[in-house]
Design a binder for this molecule. Structure first.
Ligand code: SF4
Length: 200
């Protein structure tokens, strides 16, 4: 399904959402990019997985008590996994790609197993409402690590935080915007891509 027929043959794409979707698939290049294989989905997920592992390592290194460091690191990993599930449960059902193999990171197919498809017109509102649930993942490790480094300097912790910042604040958004979401027909209505500036 790496041709334009992939789009027209998908039942999930014959919905009222078509009214909000530009028609970019007249371009063969875009059309070939529509089907998302496991390799592309893995690449799209790598920066998020790296952020979770780096964040857990920072929390582990920032806390002295063996019990607290294990609790914090494991809690952060669990938060990262639950955050992804939260997005699948509360954002993806409103996405045009729910239940299809067109989702850049593969969440769309998993989301279909959790919840049925909802009205796509509500996507920008749901996105803005639920994205804040996972935002602390970006801030907790630098804050806790920064406090620890100020109290007792450590090059290892500082290095981990530098890699965390580059991965989470530079690489992850770049991969999302210029790889995973680059050819998404919903990008004009997605707040992550700067769309829906007038959405409430
Ligand atoms: S494109 Fe985004 S919102 Fe749509 S199914 Fe994939 S992860 Fe969910």
């Amino acid at each position: 399904m790496t041709n334009p027929s992939a789009r027209t043959s998908s039942p999930a794409l014959s919905t009222p959402c078509d009214s909000i979707v530009p028609q970019p698939l007249t371009c063969p290049e875009d059309a070939s990019a529509r089907h998302v294989g496991s390799r592309q989905a893995l690449i799209d997920n790598l920066p998020y997985m790296a952020m979770i592992l780096l964040g857990a390592a920072i929390l582990w290194g920032a806390v002295g008590s063996p019990f607290c460091r294990g609790f914090l690191a494991a809690g952060y990993v669990a938060y990262g996994a639950l955050g992804a599930l939260w997005i699948m449960a509360f954002v993806c059902p409103y996405c045009h790609f729910h239940g299809t193999d067109l989702c850049p990171c593969g969440y769309g197919s998993i989301a279909a197993k959790l919840r049925s498809k909802k009205e796509c017109e509500d996507f920008p509102r749901r996105f803005k409402r639920h994205i804040p649930v996972i935002v602390p993942l970006w801030f907790l490790p630098p804050i806790v690590g920064g406090i620890a480094v100020c109290g007792e300097f450590s090059w290892i912790l500082l290095g981990l935080m530098a890699v965390f910042v580059v991965n989470s604040y530079v690489i992850l958004p770049l991969v999302s915007k210029h790889y995973g979401c680059r050819s998404c027909p919903q990008k004009d209505t997605c707040p992550w891509m700067g769309g829906c500036r007038t959405a409430g």
